[in-house]
Design a protein. Structure first.
Length: 186
């Protein structure tokens, strides 16, 4: 009898462990509750995606442009803005958060999860903020830089050099100066 937990069970265990210790890290109450709710939603959505992926029924999500009747897409300002710095939750939770981050990295490097993350950009979008907060690198999501097309460089036209010591004067200034006697030898 094989008692090894599946990838979804391991993922659920890691995120439930994170949820269990969130309150003990001394975070602000509003941020802790918002993070608790967000991690719970992420856990549920990723687990459902993984189960659908293992069953071969992963949804392909395509973005559609808003119709003219709907108007432009307007985003509301979020009530709570979580920090975005890499590893901010590890700074708050110290070694507890670091160990949860390592466990999460181990679960994400499982073959099932790597295949899911390669097949579903939505799963990557869901996990990226959590992985950044726990200082987990996502090497499988880094796309190589696009090859740059060779640019044809056109030679520049040479700029005309100004004549030395020539000061542009307004029109008629020389005739006025001559009439007044400027420029005559003394």
């Amino acid at each position: 009898m094989d008692f090894t937990p599946s990838t979804s069970e391991r993922f659920r265990t890691v995120l439930r462990g994170l949820l269990a210790v969130l309150g003990a890290w001394g975070l602000d109450g509003v941020i802790a509750m918002h993070l608790y709710n967000r991690v719970g939603r992420i856990a549920g959505r990723i687990e459902r995606m993984l189960l659908r992926f293992q069953a071969g029924r992963l949804w392909r999500v395509t973005q559609r442009a808003p119709t003219k009747a709907e108007g432009p897409l307007v985003r509301r300002k979020p009530a709570v803005i979580l920090p975005r710095r890499f590893g901010w939750l590890v700074l708050a939770g110290k070694h507890h958060a670091a160990s949860i981050g390592l466990q999460l990295q181990t679960v994400l490097s499982a073959p099932d999860m790597t295949e899911l993350l390669a097949a579903s950009p939505a799963a990557v979008r869901l996990l990226r903020p959590l992985c950044r907060a726990l200082a987990v690198e996502l090497p499988w999501t880094q796309t190589p830089p696009k090859p740059r097309a060779e640019r044809t460089r056109h030679p520049r036209k040479p700029r005309p050099k100004p004549e030395p010591f020539k000061i542009p004067l307004p029109r008629g200034a020389l005739t006025w100066a001559r009439r007044e006697g400027f420029g005559k030898p003394c």
